[in-house]
Design a protein around this ligand. Sequence first.
Ligand code: BGC
Length: 521
Amino acid sequence: MPAVGGIGPGTGKEYPGSLTPFVTVTCIVAAMGGLIFGYDIGISGGVTTMTPFLQKFFRKVWEKKEADKSTNQYCQYDSQTLTMFTSSLYLAALLASLVASTVTRKLGRKLSMLLGGLLFFAGALINGFAKAVWMLIVGRLLLGFGVGFANQSVPLYLSEMAPYRYRGALNIGFQLSITVGILIANVLNYFFAKIKGGWGWRLSLGGAMVPALIITVGSLFLPDTPNSMIERGQTEEAREKLKRIRGIDDVDEEFRDLVVASDASKLVEHPWRNLLQRKYRPHLTMAILIPFFQQLTGINVIMFYAPVLFNTIGFGDDASLMSAVITGVVNVAATVVSIYGVDKWGRRFLFLEGGAQMLICQAVVAACIGAKFGVSGNPGDLPKWYAIVVVLFICIYVSGFAWSWGPLGWLVPSEIFPLEIRSAAQSINVSVNMLFTFAVAQVFLTMLCHLKFGLFLFFAFFVVLMSIFIYYFLPETKGIPIEEMNQVWKSHWYWSRFVEDLDYPNGGVEMGKGGQGSKNV
Ligand code: BGC
């Protein structure tokens, strides 16, 4: 990697202790928090193509779709009401993540996860038994609150628990469970859509209670992170917990660093206002741009609307749902690759490789769709090889996302914030993510109708932009202890101008040994 990548690993500190069974199990349970988010992403697209569901709740949409005999395939699904159903959840999640910031900081990461599970459970229950549209909406809002709490706390929890050498891999457990949630939802939709009585959608929506129960019960048994315990004054318990987590008695150095970070964090009265300080400019930039770019890869066009999209390009209903299952499998498999590689190859390599891969695929898919559908949206007969090529490139695109922006969009923000702003900054990360998930979900079908195949080029443009951003502005964070992260900014060609030594008189909050640490930088 070039010099713009900042410093590499091996910055001096090496806390002892490795991957214990205790921390592994704990992280697996916590990562289950991703299931509720994933299940919801995967379930809505399929449910909104189920005829009985549309007839019951969105009759006008259904009538319009039935009456529309136009040959312009690009516009057949364009309906604001229906997209509002899908995307309203993300607005609720946005609000909840802001509240969750305070809960996570003052009451602990564990309680936020528990609340997330409970709210999501309530939402799933109401949705499964929905008799009227208002019940659907109340349910969606509760689901959204649940997702907001879980996405705020789980990535932080994982990054704080993990021994730093394995932080990437353990944190990506969250993304893995998102992708598993999406896949399970796709498979269930495929089968539930076939239920004769037309009530399959109830099972799809109510089924969200299962992942909700997993994270609710799981979080009851989870310990809180030592970082959070110290932050809330439980210093001695935190030391014992750290010993247990790391599986050794000699945790002094790491413990001391956590205490120093926590002391600094206590001096901060207004974490939100604090974020605006000059020295946090790099963090704030990342908290906003990383989730923004993650959504502007266009991934949720595939995740939400794969069945609709495949339908549009000429697949039958069944084949469309099946293709969504195929992309779901690719999504899970490619996430496993990033678990393997993230702490070996680094974050920057994955970001840049994934970006290049997505770009090529978007260009090919745009060309394929453009060639057959033109601007009129009327393809005539589509040969089989054509459908295979499109699905293949969509799969390569999904895998590119799944080992880069997918997991790293959650991992990198959760590991770069110093403790004093961690919770607030993570909320910004979640809210920006949700805001643009909402925006993409809301305008995608309209954009497809107007931009036609050019839609894929629109997202391709952003992929170019984000790759340039990563190349020049994101320092490598692989193998750097979380409370020591500030040094990556200090030695970065651009960000160093924002972080002055004066800000860390003792060699850094993170250098718990009265300045010795600065020699390592
Ligand atoms: C993103 C979601 C996306 C999912 C796909 C997550 O990292 O935040 O918006 O649907 O990945 O696997």
